[in-house]
Design a protein around this ligand. Structure first.
Ligand code: ADP
Length: 389
């Protein structure tokens, strides 16, 4: 190959760069945002390499060819990475840039003297190699950037919900404490005696007891949450009858139902089964869902149904309360997530998260069916215990 073509390419490098830049600005959308220097990127170096490839006098040893290939790959990759970095580019636009380059080089070179088929092949092969290197690098980087962007979004979301959680926690802990302090101050001032005094003292004691229960319940949630996050939430499994467990929880929560002036929930068993569970934690699950049914149930009747099928127990807690917005149905099982403002009903947004964690440690599932204003059905499942164990 005579050196003439190589020299012609060097001579026309500026013209090629200018024409390419002009067409790229016009035809490639993402290029419009690029300044000349960034747009050209490693193109001048690439054209120099192409001129060398077209030279007939350079000694073409295997080692020299290998070095050239490595250098071309480096340039292609650099270009691909730059474009991925710019965030506006798509892979089609990147390929389009090389397509324009091939046309511009051929047009400019053909003006002086038509390129021979061999020269044309060198140019086309070189550009194909560059476009393939650039495209590979581009895709790899885009994947990394997409993952990074998703991680950053997740991080922002975690920080947002943590901040919101902290403000809810302080509010929640403060409310019973303020109330306790007030009660204690009144108790100190109270001087009346006789029957009235005894009754009043019992009311105070009851109130103090309720507020302390509320505080210790909130603290239990926070402690459990910490254990789950630290990966040391422990379970002790035993084989028990699921209907017995539910009956016990209903019995124990009698005082809450009374406090809300509600009849105990209707308990309907369509089946009976043994389950291998951590009894205390599954009681906590039933209790959480039941307490929510009371809290969000607008004082309307609540029921619990049990079904046994396909080696699984399914328990449904139904209320006829405020219901849940369809867009929040999945979200409420995540930590700190609530589908309601703290002014309406108080809560930490941890109960269902802990509930879901407990159930998944039992290979159980939980989901909710709900209609706004009509009520919610919380379903959860537990595998039945294998009778041989
Ligand atoms: P908390 O009740 O402390 O906010 P949970 O994790 O127990 O936290 O519940 C998360 C959210 O799910 C609640 O804030 C509420 O918006 C919604 N929710 C839970 N149970 C019910 C229910 N039975 N009816 C309506 N909304 C509910």
């Amino acid at each position: 190959m005579p050196d003439q073509t190589s020299n012609r390419l060097k001579k026309h490098t500026n013209e090629i760069l200018n024409l390419w830049e002009q067409r790229t600005w016009e035809e490639v959308k993402a290029a419009k945002n690029q300044k000349s220097l960034a747009l050209r990127d490693s193109l001048p170096e690439y054209l120099l390499k192409l001129a060398e490839a077209l030279s007939g006098t350079i000694d073409r040893t295997a080692a020299r060819n290998r070095m050239d290939k490595i250098e071309l790959t480096r340039l292609g990759k650099k270009h691909g990475m730059e474009r991925a970095n710019s965030m506006h580019y798509t892979i089609d636009q990147l390929i389009m840039e090389y397509h324009i380059l091939r046309q511009v080089i051929c047009d400019v070179m053909d003006k002086d003297q038509i390129l021979t088929p061999t020269e044309l092949e060198v140019i086309v092969c070189s550009i194909e190699q560059a476009v393939s290197d650039a495209a590979t690098e581009f895709s790899e980087n885009m994947e990394v950037f997409a993952k990074k962007a998703a991680l950053e979004d997740e991080l922002r979301e975690t920080v947002r919900s943590r901040d919101e959680f902290l403000s809810i926690v302080s509010h929640e802990l403060k409310t019973p404490l303020t109330s306790l302090k007030l009660e204690a101050e009144m108790l100190l001032k109270y001087t009346d005696d006789g029957v009235k005094k005894i009754k009043k003292n019992r009311d105070f004691a009851n109130h103090v007891n309720n507020q302390i229960s509320r505080l210790s319940h909130l603290i239990d949630y926070i402690v459990d949450f910490g254990r789950i996050r630290a990966g040391n939430y422990r379970f002790e499994f035993e084989k028990v009858n699921i209907n017995d467990v539910i009956s016990e929880v209903i019995e124990k929560s009698d005082n809450i139902f009374q406090a809300f002036k509600l009849a105990p929930p209707e308990f309907i068993c369509h089946g009976d089964a043994m389950v291998q569970i951590d009894k205390v934690k599954i009681e906590q699950v039933i209790n959480n869902i039941l307490t929510n049914a009371i809290k969000y149930g607008r004082g309307r009747p609540i029921s619990i149904e049990v079904f046994v099928q396909n080696n699984e127990v399914e328990i449904i807690v139904r209320d006829q309360g405020m219901g849940i917005d369809p867009t929040s149905l999945d979200r409420i099982f995540k930590r700190f997530e609530r589908a309601i403002s703290p002014n309406e009903v108080t809560g930490l947004g941890l109960g269902l998260y802990i509930t879901k964690e407990i159930l998944s440690a039992h290979e159980g599932r939980i989901w909710v069916e709900s209609q706004l204003g009509r009520g919610s059905d919380f379903h959860f499942t537990l595998p039945t215990a294998d009778m041989n164990h």
